[in-house]
Design a protein around this ligand. Structure first.
Ligand code: AMP
Length: 123
């Protein structure tokens, strides 16, 4: 899938629409999800134009890859999530119901997060 430069996270990166920023460095931006599914729900995104984890893991440079993972852990610690636990999740493609076609990892924390994955819808 080709990268759509007008997706909502690309627009956040260009400063065209606001976000509640929690972290930024040369390669990474993190902000609160607009529709939180847990008391802490943060989205961590690379600044480069990658559609999903599939694309990022294939094309990103070693620097981008390491910066992203370092930032992810650091953000979870800084938000206090590492103390009691957190979950990370990345949706790729149709079956995962990825909504925004710019790679992002969700960090959920702040309560018992329950089972790892729900039952699939019938059908
Ligand atoms: P996904 O299904 O993994 O693509 O998740 C996309 C996430 O982006 C959802 O949790 C949305 O609530 C979130 N989201 C969509 N638009 C915004 C926005 N403008 N600011 C922050 N989060 C957003």
């Amino acid at each position: 899938m080709a990268y759509d430069p007008n997706n909502i996270f690309a627009r956040i990166l260009r400063g065209e629409i606001p976000c509640r920023k929690v972290y930024e460095d040369e390669h990474v931006l993190a902000f609160h999800d607009i529709n939180p599914q847990a008391p802490t729900h943060i989205l961590v995104i690379p600044k480069g134009a990658y559609v999903s984890l599939d694309d990022f893991s294939e094309r990103a440079s070693d620097r981008e890859l390491s910066a992203f993972l370092r930032a992810l852990g650091r953000i979870a610690r800084e938000q206090g999530a590492a103390r009691t636990g957190y979950r990370v999740l990345a949706n790729h493609g149709r079956d995962a119901r990825q909504e925004v076609p710019h790679f992002h990892v969700h960090i959920f924390a702040g309560r018992d997060l329950g089972r790892m994955i729900g039952k699939a819808p019938s059908g």
